[in-house]
Write a protein that binds this ligand. Structure first.
Ligand code: AHM
Ligand code: MG
Length: 334
C-alpha cells in the first residue's frame, strides 16, 4: 500500500474535487474556500494560546516578546480580513467586529463577497469553552471595482457557500457549496484539515434541545407551547430529548448538526428583536442546515428568505430538524 493511501482526503483536495459543480467559478471559489481554511488554521493557533494572550494582555498590552497584545476577537477579525483580502477572490467583506464593510482594493478584488463572524461565542473565551468562526459567501453582483455594502444586503437564498470553523476539543471546519455538507478535522501534527464527516445529514427528529432558558419570561407564548411539546416527548418515549447548551451558537450548531439537535434564540417580546445577527450568524448556518436536510426559521419565514436591510440586522432563530422547525412555524402562526 502506498503511503498516500494511509491519509484521508484533505480540505484542498475536497474543494478541488467539487469544482465541477461551479464551472462558472472555476478557480476563484475553490481558492477562496482553501484560503478560509488557512485563516482557520491561523486563528486556531491563536485560540490555543488564548489563556496566555489573556494573561499577557492583562499585564499591560505587551507580551513576553514586547509585542502589543490584541484581544482574541480582534486578532481573529484581522486575520480573516487579511487572508481574504490577499486571496484575490473577494471584493467586499462584512464582519461582526466592524460597523462598516471592508472594500478590497481594485488590484486584489475578486468575484465573491463574504460576511463573517470572526469569533462567535467570544464571551466563552476566558473559560476555555468552544468558540468558532462563521462565514457566508455570495457572488459579487456589482460591476468590477464598484463593490459596496449593497453586494451583501440580499437574502441568504443567494448564498453560494457557507461554513464555520469550531475551535473546540479539536478544530473542525465544516462547509457546503450547496450540494453536501462536509466536515474536516485539523490534524495538529501535519497542519492539514482531513475529511472526517462526509455528506452530513441532520437527523429528522430532535434529540437535543439547545437554548438559554433564562430568557423564558421574555418570549412570546408560542415558544412555551413549542418547548412543552418537545419536552413532553420524554415521558412518552423515555428520555428521547436531552438538553445541551454551550452558549456559542457555532459550537451548539455543530453538535446539533451531528447529533440531531434544535437550537433556538427567539425574539425578545420587550424589544421585538432577536439577538443573533442575520447576515453572518443565522444565514450561513441556515444554509448548512437546509443542505443537510434540516431547516431554519425566524418563526414566520425561512431564515434564507428574510430580507437583509442592514449589515448587523438581528433575527429570531429556530434551527434544526425540519419537522420541529415546521412545528415552530405552525405554533408561531397560530
Ligand atoms: P457573539 O457573536 O457576540 O459571541 O454573540 C452571539 C452569541 C451566540 O454564540 C450565542 O448563542 C449567544 O450569543 C448567547 O447569548 P446569551 O448569552 O444571551 O444566551
Ligand atoms: Mg457571534
Amino acid at each position: 500500500m502506498s503511503l498516500a493511501a494511509d491519509f484521508g482526503v484533505t480540505l484542498t483536495q475536497h474543494v478541488l474535487g467539487n469544482q465541477g459543480h461551479h464551472p462558472e467559478a472555476r478557480g476563484q471559489f475553490s481558492a477562496l474556500l482553501t484560503q478560509i481554511g488557512v485563516a482557520g488554521k491561523l486563528i486556531s493557533a491563536q485560540v490555543r494560546r488564548a489563556g496566555l494572550i489573556e494573561i499577557w494582555g492583562a499585564t499591560g498590552d505587551t507580551n513576553v516578546q514586547g509585542e502589543s497584545v490584541q484581544k482574541l476577537d480582534q486578532i481573529a477579525n484581522d486575520t480573516f480580513i487579511e487572508v481574504l483580502r490577499r486571496s484575490g477572490c473577494v471584493a467586499v467583506m462584512a464582519s461582526e467586529e466592524m460597523d462598516d464593510v471592508v472594500v478590497v482594493e481594485p488590484e486584489l478584488a475578486g468575484d465573491y463577497v463574504v460576511a463573517f463572524d470572526p469569533l462567535d461565542g467570544s464571551s466563552n473565551i476566558d473559560a476555555s469553552v468552544s468558540i468558532g468562526t462563521i462565514f457566508a459567501i455570495y457572488p459579487r453582483t456589482s460591476p468590477r471595482g464598484e463593490a459596496s455594502a449593497a453586494d451583501l444586503l440580499r437574502p441568504g437564498r443567494e448564498m453560494v457557500g457557507a461554513g464555520y470553523i469550531v475551535y473546540g476539543s479539536s478544530t473542525v471546519l465544516t462547509y457546503s457549496a450547496g450540494e453536501t455538507v462536509d466536515s474536516f478535522t485539523l490534524d495538529p501534527a501535519s497542519g492539514e484539515f482531513f475529511l472526517t464527516r462526509a455528506d452530513i445529514q441532520m437527523p429528522q427528529r430532535t434529540r437535543v434541545l439547545s437554548l438559554n432558558e433564562c430568557n423564558g419570561p421574555y418570549w412570546e407564548p408560542w415558544v412555551d407551547a413549542f418547548l412543552a411539546d418537545i419536552k413532553g416527548r420524554n415521558d412518552a418515549e423515555k428520555r428521547r430529548v436531552t438538553s445541551r447548551h454551550i452558549g456559542s451558537l457555532v459550537a451548539d450548531f455543530h453538535r446539533n448538526l451531528v447529533k440531531g439537535g434544535l437550537f433556538l434564540y427567539p425574539v425578545d417580546k420587550r424589544t421585538g428583536r432577536g439577538k443573533l445577527r442575520l447576515l453572518y450568524e443565522c444565514n450561513p448556518l441556515a444554509f448548512l442546515a437546509e443542505v443537510a436536510g434540516g431547516a431554519a426559521t425566524d418563526g414566520g419565514r425561512a431564515i434564507l428568505d428574510v430580507p437583509v436591510d442592514t449589515l448587523h440586522q438581528r433575527s429570531g432563530l429556530v434551527i434544526g430538524p425540519s419537522e420541529d422547525v415546521q412545528l415552530a412555524e405552525r405554533l408561531y402562526r397560530a
